[in-house]
Design a protein around this ligand. Structure first.
Ligand SMILES: [Zn+2]
Length: 118
């Protein structure tokens, strides 16, 4: 087995080289393609930007630019390694999950912390 296959088996997908990640970020204007988080608005936003494989790398998805999109960490995490039929299907799933969590946040978290919700 070639060494890079062993590494992939042990450690998962190798990190995308920084130049490639920057190409993806620039094309997407440093904006999460799922929720629209603007990575240029603040350093904190920029810090959580990641590159997402639309068709997961772990499931054979390629590293060509058409398969890569800018995603914030929460969206990338929600999307996970599931295979979706298209970018639109993945986005629909991610946004639906975010909407669910937003409800939880408003009804439980903010209520429990005593902060006024609007
Ligand atoms: Zn996002």
């Amino acid at each position: 087995m070639p060494i890079h296959h062993i590494k992939k088996f042990l450690f998962g997908a190798p990190r995308l080289p920084r130049e490639d990640a920057m190409k993806v970020f620039r094309r997407d204007h440093f904006t999460c393609r799922y929720c629209g988080l603007d990575g240029l608005q603040s350093f904190e936003n920029w810090l959580i930007l990641t590159v997402d494989h639309i068709h997961p790398h772990a499931r054979g998805g390629g590293r060509h630019l058409e398969n890569l999109v800018t995603a914030c960490q929460p969206c990338n995490l929600i999307k996970g390694k599931r295979v979706y039929g298209s970018m639109e299907a993945a986005k629909k799933h991610v946004l639906a999950k975010r909407a669910e969590w937003l409800k939880t946040y408003h009804s439980h978290v903010k209520a429990a912390s005593g902060v006024e919700t609007h």
